[in-house]
Design a protein around this ligand. Structure first.
Ligand code: ZN
Length: 1047
């Protein structure tokens, strides 16, 4: 090892330059991470493949400014030098540096880090008079040459740079080491990687115009980091996350304080930041530091009904001045990719050289306009584009950014769906070849078979147990099956839950595992889904289909037949063969004693058929018996039923329920759900006992009482008393709050309850105390997710924990993730679940809007519907339209001061007057008298769409009459109407798309990209999603059992 000195020139927080001398040790053996290494380097971990034409070495300028291009997964064989990494860290800050580190860590990206400055033969000391930039370039080039020599010339090396002088100086020094510009590199090596070319052009433009900002200061400078830190410590400043108001994005933003409970009561839990000067270039989501203004300048927030408002938690003080402050610094930028719309051009714009700078409008109201530079201003008009913000200088009113890719023309179905996906930071590229190569083979020529070694290692219950599944009709991915039998002359029951053994096929840390982890869940949108796992697993080898051998993870209980107390519980890997793939209606029919054909018994002889049918029916009956008991047990503990019970009864009268609509009043739904809850609960117990500090569980915190105020008040309006003291009293009082005249009342009360609930969350057992593990909704002391590993990553983590827990007993313990890692994982999954839910909700709304968009609200009968008032606001009411599942405001007073007055016949007209809000009703008064609108009143509404070019369209409701809507046509079950809605919208969109494609083909090249991210299309999921959405609490736990498996 050779000791030398290295002189660094660093910038400190204030921008001052420092000269630092560090001791520096050089070694001979610095790993090259290449699989064509000829020198036997200790290459662990990620290694560059040898079957490439070249390796590419970016110089400092490329690493700093063009890193995004190297993030394309198609780019292979990238070597980042230590020199480049350090330069990125010093000149671009933590965000960009983390980006680079994540890239290096991610095995899906083919790139490595070479510690060139520790390598004896690639290190070059800085020469006298040599500038930092010159030296860095020499270091990177020297590393490139080292690679070429080290790999004995087996691999060409291409150094890429943006500096023409570097190309001139170095390109002809060594054969086999090429020095080219990024543009030439892309042109010659990646001519078809269109996305990279476009990104390159947009970054280059953004860099060119960077200097040409105005001189005028629009904003104050942010304070230096050390001043902010000191101010926070002394209590002068407050730190928190900036949350811009959705409805008043221009003026209102709130800083949510971290650990608000210990702040002074004056401030409460958030600080208002009023106006864009006070916001001082902070963007929604940034972690900011605020300084409080003097109390005399404090402001109140507005609570009047604003368009787009539908569901917000109530119970806060209104219009009272609240703590108000201004942003003095930003601790962390949390910028993501934003979808913007390039507005149509109005007149000539500031055009210089051959590009234009345009202000684009983000789809998310909370994000400020972003200025981009483009050469395609004309082509991009009316298109939705993904952009990234680069900077926001004090001299600029708006942040500057660059375009990343084009999604398509605004208003087209695919563009709008992709917008929702990007806006929720959901990344679902098609599975890569490398990921698919990890999958087991299963084709007609090479069918997958059971491995004899696995038969040895697993409990084989193929012969001994009657295993069956119950799912919605047409279900492809069956991740759970059941078995039940009587033992010891009927003194004991044995209940088994057998779950797809996904982690057998997906090894921890494999590319497929990383992809699944990054997705965290399967995403269900109205007309399509994005799977968490490749189809060969999700709908084939992991799907517990009937009549085939499958690996499973099982929980098997031995229960006392009378008390149902658990005698014994066994966890482990099994091999099963499901005998029956039942659907809910069939299972229920068998339970009801109906004569129904069972497909699996079609070919069986009559005498055999009877006995086998009896066996199956007996099993279903036993299962129902056990589930009823388990359910009663949880009910006594206070489990909440948040479904609309009455809706089921209503649906019961209908004959034409489509197969994909699972919510029928079938007890068997509950039976299956109950068994899954039981399995989840027992697995939670097992992993928590074995790993008290690092098990992944799911908790549901009790709701904050103040969120119940709307529910309690609303119920009172109808004479019901809702007791929210405990989950038990809440469940009981909800059960009683039934209006015999109007089934929707109970459904709405349950919806309000759901809204008031806290969110159920994953966590690591080491991060909380045992009482905090409680699951409020299910009334269980501990709970986790085990039963759906095909579509939830949490379940895969739990499967691995359970495997480790079993191995532990056999003294075969292995290295496990730490508490901190499990907690980080939990937070990641929680975040992705939220994104999934939001995307689902947005796509539902998108379809509602697309359905109504081209209809004439004045003449189309679809546009009239029955609505029910579920909340009272200052200048209007919130209305639920059950037929379409729409929730939207109805304004009773417009901007011109006109109020809605009811005429003799119930019809509504607008005249000038006043409006007054009461607890459970709202009144309008004009010269002709007073009209009153009460909670739970049925009214007739007209549905139309408020179109918005740059944002999402919104449903607009207008009150037509204060009487319930009398349709001229027979009423349809609302779920069916919604299925039709999706079918119709998809059909129209496909027609429109074909037309547009023909047009686009003549005009532009974007259409190729537009459909790129679509993976699978399944029709009719819409109604399922509605169910999932409405049961916000149960959603991903039990409804999942009912519906998501169909998808
Ligand atoms: Zn080597």
């Amino acid at each position: 090892m050779i000791r030398t000195e290295k002189i660094l020139h660093l910038k400190n927080n204030r921008g001052r330059r420092l000269r630092v001398v560090r001791e520096h040790y050089l070694r001979e053996e610095v790993p090259c991470y290449s699989s064509v290494c000829q020198a036997g380097c200790p290459n662990g971990g990620k290694v560059l493949p040898g079957d490439l034409t070249h390796y590419v070495v970016p110089d400092v300028g490329v690493g700093v400014d063009y890193l995004e291009i190297l993030e394309f997964q198609e780019m292979q064989g990238i070597i980042f030098t230590q020199t480049v990494c350090q330069a990125v860290q010093h000149s671009k800050g933590r965000r960009q540096y983390n980006r680079l580190r994540n890239l290096l860590k991610d095995p899906r990206h083919d790139c490595v880090l070479f510690s060139n400055e520790f390598q004896e033969y690639s290190y070059c000391p800085r020469e006298k008079g040599e500038s930092q930039e010159e030296w860095q370039t020499r270091c990177v080039y020297s590393a490139a040459v080292w690679y070429h020599n080290h790999l004995a010339g087996l691999m060409d090396i291409v150094m890429i740079t943006q500096d023409q002088d570097t190309v001139t100086e170095y390109s002809s020094l060594n054969s086999g080491v090429y020095v080219v510009s990024v543009q030439d590199y892309l042109k010659n090596f990646w001519p078809d990687l269109q996305g990279a070319h476009e990104l390159y052009a947009s970054i280059s433009l953004a860099l060119q115009v960077k200097e040409s900002e105005g001189k005028e200061e629009e904003y104050r400078d942010h304070l230096p980091a050390e001043v902010l830190d000191a101010g926070i410590k002394s209590g002068r400043y407050i730190q928190g996350t900036l949350n811009v108001s959705k409805h008043r994005a221009q003026t209102e933003a709130f800083v949510m304080l971290e650990g608000f409970s210990n702040k002074s009561s004056d401030i409460g839990w958030c600080v208002l930041v009023h106006g864009d000067k006070a916001r001082n270039r902070a963007v929604h989501g940034d972690i900011v530091v605020v300084e409080l203004l003097p109390k005399s300048e404090w402001k109140g927030k507005v609570t009047a009904l604003t368009e787009g408002q539908g569901e917000e938690k109530s119970g806060e003080d209104e219009r009272k001045p609240m703590a108000t402050g201004r942003v003095v610094g930003v601790q962390q930028r949390n910028w993501r990719d934003y979808v913007v719309t390039v507005p149509p051009r109005e007149g000539p714009q500031a055009q210089s050289r051959n590009f234009q700078r345009i202000l684009t409008v983000p789809w998310d109201h909370r994000i400020p306009k972003i200025r981009i530079s483009t050469q395609q201003a004309d082509t991009l008009q009316d298109h939705r584009v993904v952009v990234r913000i680069d900077s926001w200088e004090t001299s600029s009113l708006y942040p500057n950014g660059h375009t990343v890719r084009v999604l398509g023309r605004a208003g087209e179905l695919d563009t709008e769906v992709q917008t929702i996906v990007v806006e929720n930071s959901i990344s679902v590229p098609p599975f890569s070849d490398a990921q698919l190569r990890e999958m087991p083979l299963n084709s007609a020529e090479n069918p997958w078979t059971v491995d004899p070694a696995q038969v040895e290692a697993r409990l084989d219950i193929r012969q001994s147990h009657l295993v069956f599944s119950i799912d919605p009709k047409g279900c492809e991915d069956v991740d759970d099956t059941l078995s039940v039998r009587c033992l010891a002359d009927g003194k004991l029951f044995e209940l088994g839950v057998h779950i797809a053994d996904v982690t057998h096929f997906v090894k921890e840390g494999s590319l497929t595992d990383l992809e699944a982890r990054s997705r965290a869940t399967t995403y269900y949108l109205a007309d399509r889904r994005y799977d968490m796992l490749p189809a060969v697993l999700s709908s084939d080898l992991c799907s517990l289909l009937g009549g085939v051998d499958r690996y499973a993870m099982s929980v098997i209980w031995e229960l006392d037949a009378h008390t149902l107390a658990v005698n014994k519980v066994w966890y482990g890997r099994t091999i099963i063969r499901s005998s029956y793939q039942l659907h809910y209606e069939l299972a229920q029919a068998l339970l009801n004693g109906e004569q129904v054909p069972v497909p699996e018994l079609a070919q069986v002889s009559p005498e055999q058929k009877d006995s086998r049918l009896a066996e199956l029916t007996q099993a279903l009956e036993t299962l129902t018996f056990i589930a009823r008991h388990l359910r009663a047990q949880r009910d006594r503990g206070g489990a909440l039923e948040l479904e609309g019970v009455e809706v089921r009864a209503k649906l019961d009268e209908q004959k034409n329920i489509t197969a994909l609509v699972p919510r029928q009043p079938l007890e068997v739904h509950e039976t299956v759900a109950e068994c899954m809850i039981y399995a989840n609960h027992w697995v939670a117990r097992k992993i928590q006992e074995t790993f008290p500090h690092q098990a992944l569980l799911r908790r549901h915190p009790p709701p904050r009482q103040e969120f119940f105020s709307q529910l309690v008040e609303s119920a009172k309006a109808r004479g019901f008393n809702i007791d929210t003291t405990t989950n038990k009293t809440l469940a009981d009082s909800l059960e009683r709050a039934v209006d015999p005249e109007d089934s929707l009342v109970n459904r709405l009360l349950r919806m309000m309850t759901t809204q008031a609930m806290s969110e159920a969350l994953y966590f690591s057992t080491g991060a909380l105390t045992v009482p905090e593990f409680y699951h409020y909704g299910l009334a269980l002391d501990c709970y986790t997710h085990f039963t759906s590993p095909i579509r939830r990553y949490a379940d895969m983590v739990v499967h691995r924990l359970l495997t480790a827990a079993i191995a532990e007993e056999k003294a075969l313990s292995k290295m496990l993730a730490s508490n901190k890692e499990v907690e980080q994982m939990s937070q990641h999954i929680n975040k992705k679940n939220r994104a999934a839910k939001r995307a689902q909700k947005l796509s539902t709304e998108l379809f509602q809007c697309l359905f109504f968009k081209d209809r004439d609200p004045q003449s189309d009968p679809h546009c009239m519907a029955d609505g029910i008032i579920y909340s009272i606001r200052d200048d209007g009411v919130l209305v639920f339209v059950p037929e379409y599942g729409i929730k939207a405001p109805v304004y009773l007073k417009n901007r011109e001061g006109q109020v809605v007055m009811v005429q003799q016949d119930g019809s509504c007209e607008r005249t000038s007057g006043t409006i007054r809000r009461h607890r459970d009703h709202i009144s309008t008064t004009s010269a002709c008298g007073t009209s009153t609108f009460r909670l739970f009143d049925h009214i007739t509404v007209r549905i139309s769409v408020s179109s918005s070019h740059c944002h999402a369209d919104r449903i607009h409701l207008e009150i037509i009459s204060n009487k319930p809507y009398q349709s001229s046509q027979p009423a349809q079950p609302h779920t069916e109407a919604r299925c039709q809605l999706v079918r119709e919208v998809v059909r129209l969109a496909e027609e429109a798309h074909q037309q547009a494609q023909q047009k686009e083909a003549r005009r532009s090249k974007f259409s190729r990209e537009e459909r790129e991210f679509c993976q699978s299309k399944t029709p009719n999921l819409y109604s399922l999603l509605e169910e999932v959405r409405e049961l916000a609490l149960m959603d991903l736990e039990m409804v999942g059992q009912v519906c998501a498996t169909t998808a």
